[in-house]
Design a binder for this molecule. Structure first.
Ligand SMILES: *Cc1c(COP(=O)(O)O)cnc(C)c1O
Length: 496
């Protein structure tokens, strides 16, 4: 059988196998890695009664080399079956008629845990399979939750070290506290003066830097990524689409084969793209509803086909979605047109002018699958308050955006298809805004946590308890222009 290979959306990368794709993280041409094989359709009946780790094994091994399924089962067991997550991993709750799949029950109370509890295991597994002796340096840019989840996933993992860059004014106090108190001998957390896009752009630049390449060779290091540009982040995210669907089948809320909608609070578009792949694998999905905040570049794109990054960047109360360069959209465009030259052309235009427009055929295909909308910050707060009053369910700011956008979609279209909203954060990640929404009062984040707990009786996730008193271990702050040089200095310290 032919080996499953991965290629770049921009066409210049020699095909890589799974291990190489995981370790390299991004195409050598700046494009994103995508499967170059026909993705297998899954038999829904065979998945129906599996627990999370077994379902993950079935889905993920579609993307890994032949004969690795039992190894993948072990990795999935370590990630999802050994107590990092609750027993049902992704509980599905209900708020009125909306089903809510809670993706935030992992070790750092972030949706990013869904993938980042597995990616480091993919990496060490790939290092072993390749007989790789160099050290991996993981670079991650974060708008909040990726950083903590990646730090926790990679801490003390042999053969790896991790550098996380976060915008000092672009993450919530709770998120910042989670990161700067991170323990582990191989972890580094660096504040940058700039926004998330600055951090992400600088990290992408680091991968392309000839100077860093030279240093890496000299010091037996190679760079890799923990951002959702890494295909190893994307693949584990396909699983919870199947899992939340099957949970509804088991609860007799839907019948096997019935179509559902998914609503997804989106930023870098990795979450939504994983759903699109699930659909290609045979999961009966009618519509994806893509929800954005005031940084509504995706809403405009899905409505007009024009991706226009020449706009103001807003810091909002849903900071994980404050993004203007939505990386994974490039993969969607590639999947739909299967034309790397075309994608490269779009991306060149985006780089040079900040804008690209897809052609009409592409736009039609996109609009068949995706609906989009956005909420202002005031609407976010109102939505949290209204949902709590009506249903007793406490949304965080990001999930509230999904909830509000879905409600508007439902009203406008009268679409009766059942809807699963993917909840990407615990309300205790953004307690100030959430408390304000349900009480009308403004408190600082830590006071709000206590007050929210007393008022609603919703439990505070274990990883977020006792945060205030943890020792601060990381205080470095650098200019955004200094990131590449900083990484160079760090490489020099390895294998002197
Ligand atoms: C990362 C994140 C998102 C955005 O997910 P993408 O996969 O980047 O679209 C939304 N909400 C929260 C809370 C997140 O952490």
């Amino acid at each position: 059988m032919k080996e499953k290979m991965y290629i770049s959306t921009r066409g210049q990368q020699e095909p890589l196998n799974f291990y190489e794709a995981i370790l390299q993280g991004i195409g050598c041409d700046g494009g994103l890695l995508v499967p170059d094989f026909k993705i297998e359709q899954k038999d829904l009946k065979a998945l129906e009664n599996l627990n999370y780790e077994d379902m993950a094994t079935e889905i993920i091994s579609v993307f890994t080399p032949e004969g690795t399924k039992e190894d993948i089962r072990k990795l999935c067991h370590q990630a999802y079956g050994e107590g990092l997550f609750p027993k049902d991993v992704v509980p599905v709750k209900k708020a009125g008629k909306v089903y809510i799949a809670e993706l935030f029950q992992g070790p750092t109370a972030a949706f990013k845990d869904m993938a980042l509890s597995l990616l480091p295991r993919f990496m060490t597994y790939s290092l072993k399979q390749k007989g790789e002796e160099r050290e991996v340096m993981i670079l991650a840019a974060t708008s909040g939750d990726t950083g903590k989840a990646a730090l926790e996933g990679f801490k003390d993992v042999e053969g790896t070290c991790i550098k996380v860059f976060y915008p000092i004014d672009g993450v919530s106090p709770v998120q910042k506290q989670q990161m700067v108190t991170q323990t582990g001998h191989n972890v580094d957390v660096i504040g940058i003066k700039g926004n998330f896009d600055d951090a992400q752009t600088a990290v992408k630049k680091a991968f392309q830097s000839e100077k860093l390449k030279g240093l890496c060779d000299q010091h037996h290091v190679f760079l890799s990524s923990a951002n959702s540009i890494n295909i190893g982040r994307l693949i584990p995210q396909i699983v919870y689409y199947f899992y939340s669907y099957m949970t509804l089948v088991k609860q007799k809320e839907i019948t096997l084969g019935e179509k559902v909608n998914f609503t997804i609070p989106s930023g870098n578009f990795g979450n939504c793209l994983a759903g699109y792949i699930a659909k290609q694998m045979g999961l009966p999905i009618h519509q994806f509803i893509v929800a954005s905040n005031k940084n509504n570049i995706l809403t405009d794109f899905f409505h007009t086909g024009t991706y226009d990054a020449n706009r103001e960047f807003y810091k909002t109360n849903a900071p994980a979605m404050d993004i203007l360069v939505s990386s994974n959209l490039e993969r969607l465009v590639y999947f739909l047109c299967q034309d790397a030259k075309k994608v490269q052309g779009y991306m060149e235009r985006l780089n040079e002018t900040g804008v690209y427009k897809v052609d009409d055929d592409l736009l039609n295909m996109i609009q068949e699958n995706f609906k989009a909308g956005w909420l202002s910050e005031e609407e976010v707060l109102k939505t949290i308050g209204a949902c709590y009053q009506e249903n007793g369910y406490l949304l965080d700011t990001h999930t509230a955006i999904g909830y509000g956008v879905y409600k508007t979609y439902q009203k406008e279209t009268n679409d009766q298809t059942k809807n699963i909203l993917l909840s990407t954060a615990s309300p205790y990640k953004f307690p100030g805004s959430v408390y304000q929404s349900v009480s009308g009062k403004v408190l600082d984040e830590y006071e709000a946590t206590e007050a929210l707990n007393q008022m609603t009786k919703v439990e505070i996730p274990t990883p977020l308890q006792g945060m205030k008193d943890r020792e601060i271990l990381h205080k470095k702050v650098i200019e955004k222009e200094a990131i590449v040089d900083f990484i160079g200095e760090q490489i020099k310290e390895i294998n002197l």
